[in-house]
Design a protein around this ligand. Structure first.
Ligand code: C2E
Ligand code: CA
Ligand code: CA
Length: 408
């Protein structure tokens, strides 16, 4: 049983006994054993005042103190509302999206910065991503998790060879002005048998160093093509982004393998964008230029990822044929402020516009950031404000539900 989430303290607030047990069971299955339950908003409010929690999963409709009443009650208690720092808050409901949206805002007003909204029944993959997020938000819990043994190279190479333990999730992207679904990014996850879910920042760089990242790229491609085919069966098209480093993309024969997979699938090439991730310094700029130009000529999109954090990014931007800039979340996090990062953020958005490139803001978490990005003319946003990364099935269902199709 993975114990990565063992340090997390989780409170489940749910009036319906069966659903409460199901949620508690799911949390435990994911390896977070420190779970408490409350059957009403009133009970939850008392528990939150006396015990610290990292994550609260809260039902919206409860006869004895519902979600909004609980928030109002916590509001009244001011700084005495939480025994610890405000937890990551997860609303659970079977109701419509707009209800979830308004509840998200309610919790944010209480000073809870990280609010998610999940549809019932809860999906294990999505919940796991949220636990992972809570872990990184909680320094003490993260320190405990980090002190556990990290997976070794043998485990990693075996996982990549068989592919069984690797999965690809999809984080939706939205048109900032209209709120329409505008695309998604494919992100890799590794489910280790004892360590639990491991995020890519912890193993992709190591794979690159071992020169073994190509299978992960091709797995991402295959999953994107599967998703595209499922959407196309319903007449829906959503552009998808796949991450790849310069080292992987320039490997001999890789581009041919990739393009052959796409051709065999029947998916139009313009529905895929390759995101060039931080593989800096670029060892062979000429090979990279040839590869990216070939991708463009074939009809694929090419994005420069994490723009603003690498050293060579301005030069790369000047020299290479990008179609999209992905603005790094460390800048986006400050877009609504007055500091230097806000100035840089504004200028990068202007730069993208002047160069005729699509601009995608990463890590958008608050309504204030969204409003600032809208005012600056940034076209597309991605982040927890809209959605965490979703398992393929959940993403396809969500995309189909949102798709505007011509009337039959
Ligand atoms: P990235 O390409 O910048 O991906 C965005 C990362 O931001 C993802 O982390 C995503 O889960 C996270 N994120 C999304 N919204 C928010 C938000 O609102 N707030 C915050 N704080 N974070 C948010 P993830 O999945 O852990 O990926 C980390 C990095 O690993 C990626 O950064 C990408 O560079 C790399 N990566 C992921 N999948 C692959 C892959 O299949 N191949 C390669 N080569 N690299 C990958
Ligand atoms: Ca990316
Ligand atoms: Ca990025």
């Amino acid at each position: 049983m993975p114990d990565r989430y063992a340090p997390l303290r989780v409170l489940v607030v749910e009036d319906h006994a069966f659903q409460r047990i199901a949620a508690e069971e799911l949390v435990r299955q994911l390896g977070a054993y420190r779970v408490r339950c409350a059957a009403s908003g009133r009970e939850a409010s008392a528990i939150l005042a006396t015990e610290p929690f990292d994550v609260v999963l809260c039902d919206i409709e409860m006869p004895d103190g519902n979600g909004p009443e609980l928030i109002a009650d916590l509001h009244q208690r001011h700084e005495r509302a939480f025994a610890g720092v405000p937890p990551v808050w997860v609303w659970m409901t079977a109701l419509a999206d707009d209800i979830l949206d308004s509840h998200r805002d309610l919790a944010r007003e209480l000073g809870i910065r990280h609010v998610y909204a999940l549809r019932k029944p809860l999906a294990a993959d999505t919940l796991e991503d949220i636990l992972e997020d809570a872990l990184t938000r909680n320094p003490s819990a993260e320190a405990m998790a980090a002190s556990r043994v990290m997976a070794g190279d043998d485990d990693l190479l075996a996982a990549v060879r068989t592919g069984d333990a690797l999965s690809i999730v999809f984080q939706p992207q939205f048109d900032i002005a209209t709120g329409r679904l505008a695309g998604a990014e494919a992100l890799c996850r590794w489910r280790h048998p004892t360590l639990g879910l491991i995020r890519p920042d912890l193993f992709i760089a190591r794979l690159e160093a071992l020169d073994a990242a190509e299978p992960v790229f091709l797995l991402g491609v295959q999953r994107c093509l599967d998703v595209q085919q499922r959407l196309a069966a319903h007449g829906v098209a959503v552009p998808l982004g796949i991450n790849g480093s310069a080292q992987t993309l320039c490997r001999h024969g890789l581009l041919e393998t990739f393009d052959a997979m796409v051709a065999a699938s029947g998916v139009p090439r313009e529905r895929l964008t390759i995101e060039l991730t931080e593989g800096f310094p670029v060892n062979d700029p000429l090979a990279l230029s040839v590869t990216l130009n070939r991708l463009r000529l074939l009809g694929y999109g090419v994005a420069i990822d994490d723009f603003g954090v690498g050293i060579a990014t301005l030069k790369l931007l000047a020299d290479l044929p990008f179609t999209q800039i992905k603005l790094d979340r460390s800048f986006v996090g400050n877009v609504d402020g007055h500091g230097q990062r806000a100035v840089i953020c504004r200028n990068v958005i202007g730069l993208a516009r002047d160069l005729g490139l699509e601009c995608v803001a990463e890590g958008v978490e608050t309504e204030a950031q969204r409003a600032a990005l809208l005012a600056l003319g940034c076209g597309i946003g991605q982040g927890y404000l809209w959605s965490p990364p979703l398992a393929a099935d959940a993403f396809v269902n969500d995309a189909l539900a949102r798709a505007v199709r011509p009337p039959a």
